[in-house]
Design a protein around this ligand. Structure first.
Ligand code: DGL
Length: 265
């Protein structure tokens, strides 16, 4: 039996996983949540495969001992596309990963040209090549990696509106590629990017659609926990791997996502 107070644990390098937490909360309103932001390891997207492959399973091992979660959501495309297999092999807890939503994008694209916007580490993964080959073989899949957009999303949650020119420059990384003018769907393949989706839409060709994996992950989590009990009231804790002022500055944004206490590991 799963203890009723056992939390669902979300892990990201920063605030990006909130874009996965929000649709999950919408389906599971009483779920106890532990949201872990590995700010000591932020950003993930500029790290090597070896660094991510070493860091993420080790951190999750510590987190499982400490919080005894019923389920883990790796709410980060970079960590999932590199380390999902090894995390699953190492831990005796169900693990849901976040991988680029190329399949639904291919199902919906009219022009058969899809943009994939992620971190540099994610867009170079064979995992992405494999998704494109399996689910979008008749589409052109253009990829672009941006570290700047991750920083803009972090800043937005801390209260700074993203600069439109900076967003335009990021989107040019997709739309200015050969064939990029035919993109009709952009996959937000980094969990930070749905947090700035409106800012990206404002500088993209009219009618461009943005999709991400959040709603699908939420449905998967709800399905995996459908027989389980929940406490009467929801609780939400944000856990940072390093205590610093920037983490505390995120308190108002975290509270909007139901994360009412902040602690460090
Ligand atoms: N939010 C993360 C992702 O989905 C990583 C961002 C970063 O730390 O670079 O890829």
């Amino acid at each position: 039996m799963t203890p009723r107070d056992a939390p669902i644990l979300f892990l990201d390098s920063g605030v990006g996983g909130l874009s996965v937490l929000a649709p999950t909360r919408a389906l599971l309103s009483r779920a106890p949540i532990v949201y872990v932001a590995d700010n000591a390891g932020f950003p993930y997207g500029t790290k090597t495969e070896a660094e991510i492959a070493a860091r993420v399973p080790a951190l999750l091992g510590r987190l499982v001992e400490r919080f005894r979660p019923r389920l883990i959501v790796i709410a980060c495309n970079t960590a999932s596309t590199i380390a999902l297999g090894s995390v699953r092999a190492a831990l005796d807890v169900p693990v849901v990963g976040t991988v680029p939503a190329i399949k639904p994008a291919a199902e919906a694209s009219m022009t058969r040209v899809i943009g994939v916007l992620g971190t540099a580490a994610t867009v170079r993964q064979p995992y992405v090549t494999d998704l494109a080959a399996r689910f979008a073989s008749d589409c052109t899949v253009l990829r672009h990696g941006s570290a700047e957009l991750v920083a803009l999303a972090e800043a937005k949650l801390a209260g700074t509106t993203p600069d439109a020119d900076a967003c335009l420059a990021v989107m040019a990384g997709l739309f200015d590629q050969p064939g990029g003018d035919r993109i009709d769907i952009v996959v937000n393949a980094c969990t930070h990017f749905p947090l700035v989706a409106e800012d990206l839409a404002a500088v993209s060709p009219k009618g461009t659609r943005f999709i991400d994996g959040g709603p699908g992950i939420a449905r998967r989590v709800a399905w995996l926990t459908k027989e389980q009990d929940w406490p009467a009231d929801a609780t939400g804790r944000a856990v940072f791997t390093r205590a610093d002022a920037a983490a505390l500055g995120l308190a108002p944004a975290l509270a909007r996502y139901g994360l009412t206490t902040i602690e460090s590991l």
